[in-house]
Write a protein that binds this ligand. Structure first.
Ligand SMILES: [Zn+2]
Length: 110
């Protein structure tokens, strides 16, 4: 069964929380949510970089790490990761992502 996102321990060094922008202290237990992206998303993002993802429903921009091609997460079928300072932020982000997916529709033509 495929899950949209999972919690896992963050293996990267100090970074900022995707949700609240607080610094994630090194060595402290941290969380992250990883997701799979559609193939066409890679026309816009580059593996190994940090992107800002706009969540229109939450009216918020969140930090998203595009996993490098050789990363362990990539081998598990994940493409991007959201670093998080706490489970609370993880829950908030997960809710926002879900709302975003439920409402996702193709962009209206200008
Ligand atoms: Zn946070």
């Amino acid at each position: 069964m495929k899950r949209v996102s999972t919690f896992e321990t963050l293996s990267e060094p100090a970074t900022l929380c995707s949700w609240c922008d607080r610094v994630i202290v090194v060595g402290k237990k941290a969380f992250s949510i990883s997701i799979s992206l559609k193939a066409e998303a890679f026309d816009e993002v580059t593996p190994g970089t940090m992107e800002r993802l706009l969540l229109t429903k939450a009216e918020k921009k969140v930090r998203m790490v595009i996993l490098p091609l050789q990363s362990p997460g990539k081998l598990l079928g994940k493409d991007a990761l959201f670093p998080l300072c706490s489970r609370r932020c993880g829950m908030a982000l997960q809710r926002a992502l879900r709302a975003e997916m439920e409402s996702s529709q193709p962009d209206a033509p200008p």
